[in-house]
Every structure is written in C-alpha cells, then in structure tokens.
Design a protein around this ligand. Structure first.
Ligand code: TYM
Length: 331
C-alpha cells in the first residue's frame, strides 16, 4: 500500500484552514482504505515558537483531540506525536549532513523572517533560532522516515515537500536508491483558505476561525469575515468568494447548488454569513462535543498517542537501520 503522511504543528488551536487544507483530505484518503496513513503532531517543530510549558501541552492535546474528534481511527491510521519517535531526530541529523546550507537559505519561512528583520533595520538573523532555520530538514525526516508517497498539505507547505524530495534525491545519489520520492497533494480549490481579513488563514496572522470554538464565537467570527461592498440584489461570483469557499466545505451538494444560484441571482452578504454559520455549526456540533470530552481526558489521548508511537517506531526502527547500514554505520 502507498504511504500517505501529514503533520500539523502544535502552535495554537487548530483552525478551519488546517481542516480544509490538510485534515479533511487526509481523513478522506484514510477512509478509502487504499493507503497506509501516518498522521502526527509536529511537537518538535512547534518548539521553534512555543516555549511555555502549559501552553505547549495544551496545544499538543488540542491538535490530537481535533484529529480524533473529526474521525481519525487510531487502529487504521498510525497516529503519533513526533517527539515520541526519536528515530525522526536521528534521521534529521543524518539528512542535515546531506543538505546544502544554501537550500535552507532559500526556504520561504526563513527567508521571510530575514526580510522582515531587514525591513525593520535589524540584523538579518535577529530572533531567528537554528530550529527555524533547519525546520525543513526535520520535516524531510518526518516524511522520508516512513517512505511516504503522498503528503496532503496546503499550498504553504509545497516548498517543504519539494525540499524533502531534493534531499531524498541527493541521498539516493550518494548512497544508492533508498527513499521513494514524496509527492505533495494539494487541492487547488482550497490550497489557501482565506482568514477573516482575506489573507491566508494562519495562526500567525491572528485571523483564524478555530475549529472547535463555541457556537457563539463561531457565529461572531463568521460575521467578521470581510466582504466587498456589492449591494445585496446584485449578482456575485461564487468562485471568487471566501464565504462560498467555506460554505462548500460544510454544506450538502444540494445546498451548494442552491447557494450558487443565490449568488447568481443576488443575495446579501449578511444572509450568506448566516447560512454559512448554520452549515458549519451543524457539521461541527458533534465533533465539538467529542473534542470537549477528549480535552477533559488527556490520559485517554496519551494512551492513543503512545499506541501510535509504538506502531510508528516499529516501522521507523527497521528502516533507520537500513539507512544507517547504507552509510556505513555497522549494526
Ligand atoms: P501547519 O501546522 O502550519 O499547518 C498544518 C496544515 O494545514 C495547512 N494549512 C492550510 N491549508 C489551506 N489554507 C490555509 N489557510 C492553511 N493554513 C494551514 C498547511 O498547509 C498544513 O498542511 N510544517 C508543517 C507541519 C509538518 C508537516 C510535516 C506536514 C511538519 N512535518 C510533514 C506534512 C508532512 C506546518 O507547519 O503545518
């Protein structure tokens, strides 16, 4: 079976962008029974920014509970915390010795941090830790250790998957065919889910709709999504509308068809927002309940994650040995 793998870093409450860009497609692939799914919480990646113990723990549980509440089956998928699989870190060092420094200089996240520093007349590397810099290598290690074929992600992660391919190609060239080359899977229509202000929905822009906020907060947030000033009765283009993009993800096929017609014949943004809130709330009601239950029982989450880590380590161990043998570490 082909391996499908994806991760979410635990840097905040998971939001609608994470769900549409990664969790939903990942769960669909898992349900098809045609893949071996590996889904994990990138809690080493999150350490680049979250350095407060209480918050750290809460975010990790929050991401785990979200996956589970949305239907991840820990029997069918291998579901784990990155830090519970130390083999990933071991591979990360190996890969860092095969990665040209220039490749990291060109990584988007690092580059934009540098650009921002320069704009603010600071030293180019001010406030940037080495974790941020070598972030893509750890991510390559996540991907390559499990011989991933497919990596479902949002558009912002494409470059990282390409870097993983580059590193794998280089390793294969030096030590012989070892890693299959991973392929990113991005749904073009939802590659970038817009946030409340119209920019990419992102924890760092503070413009997110948290997946499991309360009903009242959800209603308030949907009302805040920016729209233009087209008057209610004028026709609108559903294919260039944040509200419609979100609506499509949570409504039934018939509802989507109806809404498309409403756009064409003219509907007020206020009305669209009300309907969006209703379908989202309907869709998230049960998972929200399950999320709450899980969050009040972290022991249960730990148990599930330990079980997943054991399965993951079993695979990882075996393959890491092979990798090390190729390099010349003897067994
Ligand atoms: P992270 O935690 O920032 O985001 C998790 C996933 O959600 C997607 N995403 C979005 N998709 C569409 N629209 C948006 N507005 C939006 N915001 C976030 C992201 O593209 C991502 O797929 N480096 C990764 C985590 C990671 C990983 C991995 C992913 C670590 N190791 C290995 C895949 C494979 C990250 O920071 O994602």
């Amino acid at each position: 079976k082909k391996v499908v793998l994806t991760g979410i870093k635990s840097t905040g409450r998971p939001h609608v962008g994470n769900y549409i860009g990664a969790i939903k497609p990942a769960l669909q692939l898992a349900a098809s029974n045609e893949y071996s799914p590996y889904y994990f919480i990138a809690d080493y990646h999150s350490l680049t920014t979250v350095q407060n113990r209480e918050q750290f723990k809460e975010y990790v549980y929050g991401i785990a509970a979200s996956w589970l509440a949305l239907g991840l089956d820990p029997e069918q998928s291998t579901f784990y915390r990155q830090a519970d699989v130390p083999e990933i870190m071991e591979l990360s060092w190996i890969l860092s010795c095969l990665t040209p420094k220039g490749l990291m200089n060109r990584a988007h996240a690092y580059k934009s941090a540098v650009e921002q520093n320069l704009q603010n007349s600071l030293d180019q590397d001010a406030g940037i830790n080495i974790g941020v810099y070598s972030y893509p290598i750890l991510m390559a290690s996540d991907i390559l250790l499990f011989q991933s074929d497919i990596v479902p992600v949002g558009k912002d992660q494409i470059q990282h998957v390409e870097i993983a391919r580059d590193i794998a190609t280089h390793f294969n060239h030096v030590f012989g065919e070892t890693f299959p080359l991973p392929q990113y899977l991005v749904d073009t229509s939802t590659a970038v889910v817009p946030g409340l202000d119209g920019r990419k929905m992102s924890k760092s822009y503070n413009n997110t709709i948290p997946l499991f906020c309360g009903e009242k907060e959800l209603e308030k947030l949907t009302k805040r999504i920016v729209t233009d000033s087209t008057p209610p009765q004028e026709p609108k283009d559903p294919d260039h509308s944040s509200l419609f993009l979100l609506y499509q993800e949570f409504a039934s096929e018939d509802e989507v068809k109806q809404m498309r017609n409403n756009y064409h014949s003219g509907i007020g943004w206020g009305e669209v927002k009300r309907e969006l809130f209703q379908v989202m709330n309907r869709y998230l009601e049960q998972p929200r309940q399950r999320y709450k239950e899980l969050m009040s029982n972290p022991r249960e989450i730990d148990k599930i994650l330990h079980y997943g880590a054991e399965k993951a380590r079993h695979e990882a161990n075996h393959f890491l040995k092979k990798i090390k043998e190729k390099i010349g570490y003897s067994g």
